[in-house]
Structure formats: structure tokens, C-alpha cells
Design a protein around this ligand. Sequence first.
Ligand SMILES: [Fe+2]
Ligand SMILES: [Fe+2]
Length: 197
Amino acid sequence: MTEFRPPMALRASTPTAWAEAATADPAALLSDHAHCEKKAALNALSLSQSFADAPRASVLLARLAEEELNHYRRVLEALQGFGWALRPDLGNPYAQALHKLASKGLLDRLLIAALIEARSCERLWLLEQAGSTQAELGSAGWLAFLLELERCEAGHAVAYRSLAEERFGAQAEARLEWWLDRESEVIQTLPWRSAVH
Ligand SMILES: [Fe+2]
Ligand SMILES: [Fe+2]
């Protein structure tokens, strides 16, 4: 069994039974995830505009956007491989709930990005663990892809948190404390569906 190495100490653990609900409709899960990867790429590009004066951060965010775009393409290819159509983007209630609580500022945008990456990471790992019993998503190639995504999103969670701490110092740590409680409240109130969150 692979060991889970969380990039951040989230305050609500997802029960393992969640994976069954998430994979009830595998085509919906993959479609939703494709939209998530695309939005993650766009968000990284958008955030890079706020770091135009910081070359190292700009490069980091450009690389991050590139990785998300790579994930987006590969999830689309996976859908194609299974013979499933990409379904319409119905929005992501989890991300929407977090953004509703946020100020419009850069600090919150960075911390929300870090939290979403950390939660995705936890859930991708749960999917990987549950995967061996599922027909469509049980292939070795698919499980290896999930693990690769999980490790990559962990790196993104750390990167967003570091960017927040570099730019905002102690204020970022205090705000992250507040956000960890909010994230845990939000994730526990949302119904399970065939999506990563
Ligand atoms: Fe990704
Ligand atoms: Fe990511």
C-alpha cells in the first residue's frame, strides 16, 4: 500500500467510503476532473499576473500552469480512451463555497488554491487506493496516473502556500489557520458526488 504524504494538515479527513460515491459514475468523475484541471491552469496563469515583479514566482506559476494543462490534456485523452464524452461543466460547489467566503485579495486567492490542491491530493490518493476494485478505473496505467497527479498536486499546494508566505509573511500563516477551519466546514457540508470534490 502506498503511503499518503499530505502536503498540508487538513482538518477534516475524507472517509474512505467517499471513493465509492465518487466512482459511481466514472464518466462524470473524469469530466468534472477535466474541467478542474483546465480551471487550475487558468487560475495559475491569472495569478502569474500578480507576480510580474517577481521573476522566480512568475516562472514557478508558468510551470504550474503548464503542468495543469498537461493534466487537462491527459484527462481528456483518458475520457477519449474510455469512449466517454466530456460532459458540460456544471461548476464546482466546493471551490464556489470557498470563493464566496474570500476577500478579493491575492492572499486569499493563493491560500484557496493551496487548499484546493491539498484536498484534491487527499482525494486522488483515496481514488487510487480504491481503484483496484473498479472495472474501468482499475487499470495499472490509470492508477499510476492518479498517483502521479496526487504527487504533482501536492507540489502545487506547497508552492501556493510558499508564495503566500513569501509575499505576506506572518499574515499568511494567520489567515491559513482561519482558512483551514473554513475548508473543513465546507467540505463536510457538501454532498458526495461523482467528482473529486
Ligand atoms: Fe492538476
Ligand atoms: Fe494542481
